[in-house]
Design a protein around this ligand. Structure first.
Ligand SMILES: [Fe+2]
Length: 424
């Protein structure tokens, strides 16, 4: 097992591992119709069908075309339709118009998946000891897991735009364990951040390097809906005092008054889940908030967002997982279930915004070739999120994993854990 992994996994043969993760994508779409998987509700989101095809294209383009002798692609036009953003590969279908791709059909995309799966497993059987091939296949599987989460977040957004899409479900509010919130102190240190060369990691997590940390405190618990309602009641969304200028601009422009997917009902606030609208659970972590909202909340409370270094140092030190990942439903953050000594729900549950810009580590080297575009070209105007969410496959996570999104985006399962300074 990779020493940085947040979860353990049974050792499997490479082809069983490959087929297991590929099948997981199909398991996730059970219960969704071809029509559900066709639509695109906003430019940031992609249709489920496109995710299924694009992850297949990744194996098709980056592995089969270069490793399989006399390879005959399923359809050469897919290089244009299902290339996401790789300029080195060539021109591509416009991202905001992925929902217009009524053809190929869902069945053709599933046939495409079958053909590519067969070809990859044959390749692994013949050349499974080829380390370059293994690395590419594992990269493709981690890419597939990233898209499994995106498929869920994008489907949720699409369903949110249709008032008839979900049942009017009114569950009774679930209470969690009573976890007393407190700040945990960390003394000044030189800590090692990032991934080494053992096990899988993306280029942006490397190289492992030293960072000096001033003393700080990090809260043991995530910010809850109960606290968020206090922020709202104190006119947090109406008072520019707490907001970054850019954040206030977005707040005004989009008329934010609550986290995404919340609606006011005569009995109080409700939030949309995959199981329908439910009363906001006061002790559950707040979710679907932007960086700007997370930052405004922390300023209002007299705290701040942690840096990605503070987060990683603290969670590595804690070393245990207390949250939940996508293997466990519902795909919705739950209140903590047990008393814990240290950091609570630091892994899974919700992505945690940090104040760190997504930028290169000292000595960063992007991958060779087109895959060098995977992360490096996005290192501007985005912030790092850590820890994974209830929609993240557990196997994908590790302490060094750096997710990144623009500060105004909030359709991911994103929340906040505050930090604060210590008077020196
Ligand atoms: Fe992708």
């Amino acid at each position: 097992m990779h020493q940085d992994s947040l979860t353990s996994q049974e050792s499997q043969s490479p082809d069983a591992h490959f087929l297991g993760i590929r099948q997981r994508s199909l398991d996730l779409i059970e219960g969704f119709s071809a029509e559900d998987l066709q639509i695109q509700s906003m430019p940031d989101a992609s249709p489920g069908k496109w995710h299924l095809a694009h992850t297949t294209w990744f194996f098709d383009h980056f592995i089969l075309r270069s490793h399989q002798h006399n390879y005959r692609p399923f359809d050469n036009r897919f290089d244009y339709l299902f290339n996401s953003y790789y300029d080195a590969v060539g021109s591509r279908h416009a991202r905001p118009e992925r929902g217009l791709l009524s053809r190929p059909s869902l069945q053709q995309v599933l046939d495409y998946r079958n053909q590519v799966d067969l070809a990859i497993t044959e390749l692994l059987e013949k050349h499974g000891d080829n380390s370059a091939l293994q690395t590419l296949v594992v990269t493709g599987l981690h890419h597939e897991m990233q898209h499994q989460e995106l498929m869920l977040t994008d489907l949720k957004h699409a369903l949110s735009r249709n008032i008839f899409a979900l049942p009017e479900h009114k569950a009774s509010a679930r209470n969690g364990a009573t976890i007393e919130s407190r700040f945990i102190r960390y003394y000044e240190s030189i800590t090692r951040i990032g991934a080494n060369d053992e096990g899988f990691s993306y280029d942006c997590e490397k190289p492992k390097h030293r960072v000096f940390l001033e003393p700080y405190e990090l809260r043991n618990t995530l910010i809850t809906n109960r606290e968020w309602l206090q922020f709202m009641a104190d006119e947090g969304y109406q008072n520019p005092t707490w907001w970054l200028s850019d954040g206030w601009f977005y707040c005004q422009k989009a008329q934010w008054r609550a986290p995404l997917y919340w609606r006011e009902h005569q009995d109080g606030w409700e939030e949309m889940t995959f199981e329908g609208y439910q009363p906001v659970v006061l002790d559950a972590p707040v979710c679907h908030i932007s960086y700007y909202e997370a930052d405004a909340f922390c300023r209002w409370a007299g705290w701040r967002l942690p840096t990605e270094y503070e987060w990683e140092h603290s969670v590595r030190s804690a070393g245990k997982s207390h949250g939940h990942f996508a293997e466990q439903t519902p795909w919705h953050p739950q209140p903590p279930t047990s008393e814990t000594e240290g950091l609570c729900q630091a892994q899974g549950t919700v992505w945690e915004w940090t104040s760190s810009a997504f930028s290169p580590y000292p000595g960063f080297q992007p991958l060779q070739g087109a895959l060098g575009e995977y992360n490096g070209k996005f290192m501007a105007n985005q912030f790092v999120l850590k820890g994974g969410s209830c929609a993240t496959p557990a196997e994908q996570m590790r302490f060094s994993y750096r997710n990144f999104f623009h500060p105004y985006q909030r359709w991911q399962f994103s929340g906040v854990r505050p930090a604060r300074n210590i008077d020196l």
